[in-house]
Design a protein around this ligand. Structure first.
Ligand SMILES: Cc1cc2nc3c(=O)[nH]c(=O)nc-3n(C[C@H](O)[C@H](O)[C@H](O)COP(=O)(O)OP(=O)(O)OC[C@H]3O[C@@H](n4cnc5c(N)ncnc54)[C@H](O)[C@@H]3O)c2cc1C
Length: 332
């Protein structure tokens, strides 16, 4: 099968990998426009802390995720996956009691314990982060070396006769420049800081979640994130959000935290109205497929749905209706 993948963010990277695994003739085009995956922290976490529940199909998603990123590491001879413990700061006694009551049912969490500072934390297993910017660049170089990547913008006027299938992995551009039917892929805007600090104030051996979070990415370097906004789509980082994130960091520590902000990025997460991805045939055009709506947890859920996409294109499984792109089709 000859497959054109449009977009090389996380979705296009995973989709092209899944299609190449099946021995298909794959080509990837990317226009070089805004790419959420290039600013993402790449964190994965099997827990949702608001109600202390496992995320949707946590085990299935984690298993597919670990196998897929291991395969990238083997193909590209580099390390992208960094398993790390997560500690959830416990805000009050009610939350601590609820957390402890759930430890028997949820395999990822352990009973609340106390740090030497007196702060209570809930330990979480099964989390970590994937170095997405590095993975994207490395995969693009690999595809380029195989003659399978072009810096190019796809438009509906392009001649699709060369391809048996075209897979749209265009993130928020799917909605903002709807070149076929319009799908309701919304933009959730996020800002994130890269910080450095000297001393031992910020944990460097775990992801520290205090409502916001710090993620150690290299010695002396952390990501601090992230914000969530629905009513803005510009990509200009703001002084207000920077101050807000730094204030939240300080509130989580008993001693003065002095940091240098080395980068401040903004990006647009592609999110669907029901928070499920869009994976399957395009409603309006035969031979065209969608892989989008990876939302806030693309790193964790993306690999499983990339396999579902490729299996569906091969005709070896039925498309799962809960991720059908047709449910997101807009009429006006
Ligand atoms: C601040 C921030 C922090 C985040 N942190 C995390 C995190 O810790 N963990 C997590 O799992 N997720 C995180 N996310 C979410 C994650 O980034 C998304 O789930 C994921 O990156 C979406 O990938 P995508 O490939 O669908 O879209 P994108 O990464 O936006 O890629 C879309 C690509 O399509 C290309 N394109 C668009 N139109 C065309 C066209 N016509 N022709 C050719 N190319 C085209 C663009 O150039 C772009 O490269 C974060 C997001 C933000 C903004």
């Amino acid at each position: 099968m000859r497959v054109l993948i449009v977009g090389q963010g996380l979705a296009g990277t995973l989709a092209s990998h899944a299609c190449l695994q099946r021995g298909w003739d794959v080509h990837v085009v990317d226009s070089g426009e805004h790419c959420a995956s290039s600013v993402a922290a790449g964190m994965y976490n099997p827990m949702s802390f608001r109600r202390i529940v496992e995320v949707w199909d946590a085990r299935l998603h984690l298993d597919a995720m670990l196998a897929t990123y291991a395969d990238f590491e083997s193909i590209l001879h580099d390390t992208f996956l960094h398993p790390l413990p997560i500690q959830k700061r416990i805000p009050n006694q009610e939350y601590a009691a609820l957390w402890n009551s759930k430890c028997d049912q949820i395999p990822w969490i352990e009973p609340v314990s106390k740090l030497t500072t007196g702060a209570q934390i809930g330990p979480v297993k099964g989390g970590g982060w994937v170095n997405l910017p590095k993975l994207l660049v490395s995969w693009r170089q690999h595809l380029t070396s195989l003659g399978r990547f072009s810096r190019q913008k796809w438009t509906p006027a392009d001649n699709d006769a060369n391809w048996d299938a075209v897979v749209h992995c265009r993130g928020v551009h799917e909605r903002f420049s709807p070149q076929l039917e319009t799908l309701d892929i919304r933009a959730n805007r996020g800002e994130i800081l890269t910080i450095g600090t000297k001393g031992h104030t910020i944990a460097d051996d775990l992801i520290d979640n205090f409502g916001k979070w710090t993620l150690p990415m290299a010695p002396g370097q952390w990501r601090l994130g992230a914000s969530y906004e629905w009513n803005r789509t510009d990509l200009d980082p703001t002084a207000e959000t920077r101050a807000f994130l730094l204030e939240r960091l300080q509130q989580a520590h008993t001693t003065d935290v002095r940091v240098d902000v080395t980068a401040h990025d903004a990006g647009l997460r592609p999110v669907s109205k029901d928070r499920r991805p869009a994976v399957g045939p395009r409603p309006s055009r035969d031979g065209h497929f969608v892989f989008n709506g990876l939302g806030t947890r693309g790193v964790l859920i993306g690999p499983r749905w990339a396999q579902h996409l490729a299996d569906g294109m091969a005709g070896v499984n039925h498309w799962d209706p809960q991720v059908d792109p047709a449910r997101l089709q807009m009429t006006d």
